[in-house]
Structures are given as structure tokens and as C-alpha cells.
Ligand binder design. Structure first.
Ligand SMILES: O=P(O)(O)OC[C@H]1O[C@](O)(CO)[C@@H](O)[C@@H]1O
Ligand SMILES: [Fe+2]
Length: 213
């Protein structure tokens, strides 16, 4: 028999990134992000002042993880840089790689950095009231290129999952976002290695699964 989930509303405070009725939350502190940035010396130099400070935090509403359900929530990311590289999330591909995601800017100036399995890069600015669609199969990472907190709402299929090893295995994402003459610019990551054809076809082989009867 179908079990009905109770309809729920969550109040979002765009100025703080707080979301009422969240079912879970987590914080990523500066120390948790060791190895993410290109400039290891700059990271070490910031350790004393930034060590325990929160770089980004996520509150979410996760009704179930059933196929067809949705997870949504809010990410708040502090402004800052390690060397000349802007604060960013770890980045991931969905474990079920054919699952998409929507982001909706609430506050601040962000970028969605996306990389296809073949290594194509797309970068979309996300400001308040920008809806950003991350299609299936794209690795995605958000970046705060502003001087204020970046606050974004997100929503994705509940059975997506997050896979982090794809970025680690390729030596990071193909582009890094750093300060330019007029704002940000994307530069090539010299450590990036292309994925082999076997891995790429394995990603595309993950098609939507049907719900068992
Ligand atoms: O999981 P990461 O890559 O650290 O980034 C966190 C962001 O991604 C999400 O998992 C949504 O895909 C949110 O929790 C948040 O916006
Ligand atoms: Fe995601």
C-alpha cells in the first residue's frame, strides 16, 4: 500500500542561508578542504586563522531516498580565496550519473563550474533569482566569486547520491577559477588527466532505473 508522506514547507532566509524544517545539515570547515586548492602553501598559511571556520554549510530536506522523490536544501558559502583561487565546494558527479540538479540563487555571486565526462567545461554565473540547471552526467562544483556569502537553493532526485572520487582520479576539475584583471577568470588545471573511454562509457551506461513493482 502506498504510504503518504506528509506535505511540508520550509522557510528559507536568503540573508543567512538558514532553512526551517531541515531534516539534516553539515558543515565543511577550512581544514576539511585540505588538498582541494592548487596553492598548498597558501592553504598552510591560512590554517591558523581559518582552521575551524566554516567555508560552506548545507541544510537539507530529505523525505526519503526513493526513486522519484526529491531532496532539496540550501548551501551557504563564505567569501574567500586560497591564494588566488576562490572558495568552492568539493564538487561531485551524481552516483547515478543520469540524475540532474537545479540550483536557485538567493544571495551573492557564484559560479557553477561543470565538467562533462569527456572533459568539456561550462561555467554559469549564479546570482539571486538565477535558476541554474545542471543536466545529467555533468560533474558540478559551486564557487563563491563575490565578496559576500553565496546562498543557493538546490534540488535533485532523491536517489542521485554523490560521487567524489571522479574528481580526485582526474587530478581535480579541468579548470580552476582564480582572480583575473576584472573579476574572475578560469585557468587550465595542469594536473588534470582525461578519463579513459571505459570509464566514460560506464558513466553513460547508468540509465534511469525503473521502480520495482
Ligand atoms: O557535496 P559537495 O560537492 O561538497 O557540495 C555540496 C553541494 O552539493 C549538494 O550536495 C547538492 O548536490 C549540496 O549539498 C550542496 O549544494
Ligand atoms: Fe549534486
Amino acid at each position: 500500500m502506498t504510504r503518504l508522506f506528509e506535505p511540508t514547507r520550509c522557510q528559507v532566509d536568503p540573508s543567512t542561508g538558514a532553512m526551517g524544517n531541515a531534516t539534516g545539515s553539515y558543515q565543511k570547515r577550512f581544514l576539511d578542504l585540505d588538498g582541494l586548492y592548487a596553492d598548498a602553501a597558501a592553504f598552510e598559511a591560512m590554517r591558523a586563522t581559518w582552521g575551524e571556520r566554516i567555508v560552506y554549510e548545507v541544510s537539507e530536506f530529505r523525505p526519503t531516498e526513493q526513486p522519484g522523490d526529491l531532496i532539496f536544501g540550501v548551501t551557504r558559502m563564505a567569501p574567500g580565496k586560497v591564494g588566488d583561487e576562490y572558495f568552492m565546494t568539493r564538487g561531485h558527479i551524481h552516483k547515478q550519473a543520469d540524475r540532474p540538479e537545479i540550483y536557485y540563487g538567493q544571495k551573492g555571486h557564484g559560479l557553477m563550474l561543470m565538467e562533462s565526462p569527456e572533459g568539456e567545461i561550462r561555467i554559469l554565473p549564479v546570482h539571486a533569482q538565477t535558476v541554474c540547471y545542471v543536466p545529467p552526467y555533468w560533474i558540478h562544483r559551486s564557487i563563491n566569486v563575490g565578496e559576500d556569502d553565496l546562498v543557493m537553493l538546490f534540488c535533485y532526485p532523491a536517489d542521485s547520491g554523490q560521487g567524489y572520487e571522479i574528481i580526485a582520479r582526474s587530478g581535480g576539475m579541468r579548470s580552476r577559477v582564480v582572480t583575473g584583471d576584472e573579476g574572475w577568470k578560469a585557468v587550465d588545471n595542469p594536473d588534470w588527466r582525461p578519463r579513459d573511454a571505459k570509464l566514460i562509457s560506464a558513466l553513460y551506461a547508468r540509465q534511469s532505473r525503473t521502480v520495482p513493482a
